[in-house]
Write a protein that binds this ligand. Structure first.
Ligand code: HEM
Ligand code: HEM
Length: 235
């Protein structure tokens, strides 16, 4: 599916809207698990409670983000980075359209601005999760790398781990503001699409059904890697 086809004119009437499978089931499970885990991690981290579960939830976020990055290369059509990451210039040009009150449902997957937001969220989550591995609270809980790192490195990781959440929360709030703007003002039901996987669009676009064999290969490989990395820590 070429770009011109998936960013067609918005002038077509809403009667032309037809359903397209845009988010495969793995993207939807990834997304809602992530939202729940981040809520828990924020609460447990800032309150300093349930810290053993905080560490487990942190590993789960690292696993989810690793999956999403691999799925961004090997996954279903709309999950792939190449289907939604545009050059900085095209992204700048898309801003008026994305901000305008009228619907831009001619973007079947993420619009160009949303595409960069996805990259920013994934990178900050990755950085937050990795920094946790070298973080200590100096009392009960150490990340698994703390015993192998120099003291200054642990101080640096711990510093990042307590600073990055402010930026993470700012990005999440911006993400939510954008999603609700699309829903309430532009009348595009993005939240419903992230639940059902279906988007209504004027474009004849590729469907994003789950490629089952590839999914099993990727999750099987990641599970083996996770088991190998964590087997000594979790028993
Ligand atoms: C993306 C995943 C994660 C998020 C969003 C997150 C979030 C947070 C937050 C908000 C805090 C409180 C910071 C503060 O005191 O201001 C915290 C503390 C902490 N986190 Fe995480 N965390 C994540 C992953 C991890 C991982 C993977 C580990 C360890 C393996 C970990 C270990 C810790 C420790 C030990 C503290 C206590 C630090 C202190 O008291 O100074 N976190 N985390
Ligand atoms: C901590 C909370 C959250 C995080 C970290 C987060 C992160 C993300 C990420 C990474 C994506 C890209 C999905 C992908 O391509 O794999 C995304 C998309 C999306 N998120 Fe969230 N999200 C959070 C909370 C929420 C909440 C609470 C809602 C709804 C009320 C929501 C609604 C959406 C929607 C509708 C999309 C798809 C946007 C589009 O169609 O372009 N998110 N989110």
């Amino acid at each position: 599916m070429d770009k011109a086809n998936s960013e067609t004119s918005a002038s077509q009437s809403s009667n032309d809207l037809r359903p397209v499978k845009v988010w495969d089931i793995s993207i939807r499970v990834f997304h809602w698990s992530l939202a729940l885990l981040i809520g828990f991690l924020w609460w447990s981290g800032t309150e300093g409670v349930e810290m053993e579960n905080h560490v487990l939830a942190g590993y789960a976020v690292l696993a989810l983000v690793s999956y999403r990055i691999i799925w961004g290369i090997l996954g279903s059509y709309h999950a792939r980075f190449t289907s939604f990451i545009r050059s900085p210039l095209s992204t700048l040009k898309a801003i008026p359209d994305v901000l305008s009150v009228r619907s831009d449902s001619h973007y079947t997957g993420h619009n160009p601005v949303g595409g960069w937001m996805v990259v920013a969220l994934l990178l900050i989550l990755l950085a937050q999760g990795i920094s946790g591995l070298g973080t200590t609270d100096d009392i009960f809980i150490d990340g698994p790398l703390v015993e192998y790192l120099e003291e200054e490195m642990v101080a640096l990781f711990s510093d990042w781990h307590t600073t990055l959440p402010d930026y993470l929360i700012a990005l999440v709030l911006l993400h939510l503001a954008a999603v609700f703007y699309h829903d309430a003002v532009k009348r595009e039901r993005l939240i419903r699409s992230m639940i059902t996987g279906i988007k209504y669009t004027t474009v004849r676009d590729s469907s994003s059904e789950l490629p089952v064999k590839r999914f099993l290969l990727v999750t099987g490989g990641l599970s083996l890697l996770g088991w190998w990395l964590l087997k000594d820590i979790l028993v």
